[in-house]
Design a protein around this ligand. Structure first.
Ligand SMILES: C[S@@+](CC[C@H](N)C(=O)[O-])C[C@H]1O[C@@H](n2cnc3c(N)ncnc32)[C@H](O)[C@@H]1O
Length: 260
């Protein structure tokens, strides 16, 4: 069993949990889940039992609930889960778990892991463990769907600074990466949140370490974990999906595979 307190993602999200929803206020989850649902249905999803791994504050989970899925959610960060539980009440079972070491449970038809969560897994062996855990929770024929930040996102987002106000917070994103980062790189960003408009004062600082996962590693690792018919779509910043993923054109890869 890992000690979550020793993990960079655990520290990042325990600090960031109270401001996460304001930080991501402009992310259109409704539209995103709409297009992801089309993708998983096209991959042959048959059934509505779902596990949303790394569900965070519930933003990636609630739209599925509202579409009639029976959803469980888990996350490494208890504080992110606290915010999720305020949104979902008793409509979904939530539990703390590391995606690399998921407990066993009833088989589900769909496992999702959304909004860069797998980029926080910085070790390649651990990525394989996360895939194997997803495979264990899926019934044969079940669908696994997740997104990954592209090399373009690493070169642009992790090499820039920006400041913006959302809700009661002024956010400062400081990327410490490089605009010519190469495939398989690790990048770090610091996010500071300071209260404004008479809100809480802060600053709340969190440090985010992400790993770029080239799609050939991902494909091979998924195959070893028991997935077939893997398809990788490209997603633009405005949410548009294209059939073929390009590391330097798209912001995200949307990966879908079927458990054999
Ligand atoms: C960018 S947030 C996405 C949360 C949610 N899926 C959403 O779309 O809003 C990334 C999430 O991944 C979680 N996470 C990172 N590493 C994890 C791990 N090893 N196991 C489980 N959750 C993890 C973090 O705690 C955080 O809640």
């Amino acid at each position: 069993m890992r000690h979550p307190g020793g993990d960079a993602a655990f520290s990042a999200y325990e600090s960031f949990a109270d401001v996460y929803d304001d930080f991501t206020a402009d992310h259109d989850y409704e539209a995103w889940i709409d297009s992801l649902e089309r993708v998983v249905l096209a991959a042959g999803l048959d059934g509505r039992r779902q596990l949303d791994v790394a569900c965070g504050t519930g933003k990636s989970l609630v739209p599925w609930l509202e579409r009639g899925y029976s959803v469980e959610g888990c996350d490494l960060s208890p504080r992110m889960l606290l915010h999720a539980s305020r949104k979902v009440g008793d409509r979904a079972r939530l539990f703390a778990a590391d995606m690399r070491d998921l407990p066993s449970g009833e088989p589900v038809d769909l496992v999702t892991c959304l909004d860069d969560a797998l980029n926080y897994v910085v070790d390649r062996t651990d990525l394989g463990r996360a895939f194997a855990c997803a495979a264990r929770r899926l019934r044969a024929g079940g669908i696994y769907a997740f997104d990954l930040n592209s090399l373009r996102a690493f070169r642009e987002d992790f090499a820039t600074e920006r400041t913006f106000v959302s809700g009661r917070w002024r956010f400062r994103w400081m990327g410490h990466g490089s605009c010519d980062a190469s495939a398989g790189c690790t990048a770090t960003a610091t996010i500071d949140a300071r209260g404004c408009h008479g809100g809480p004062v802060g600053p709340i600082r969190s440090r985010h370490v992400q790993q770029h996962h080239p799609t050939d590693w991902v494909g091979a690792s998924l195959e070893r974990a028991g997935f077939a018919e893997v398809h990788i779509y490209g997603q633009h910043r405005d949410g548009r999906l294209e059939e073929e993923f390009d590391e330097l054109l798209h912001a995200k890869a949307i990966v879908v595979g079927r458990r054999t």
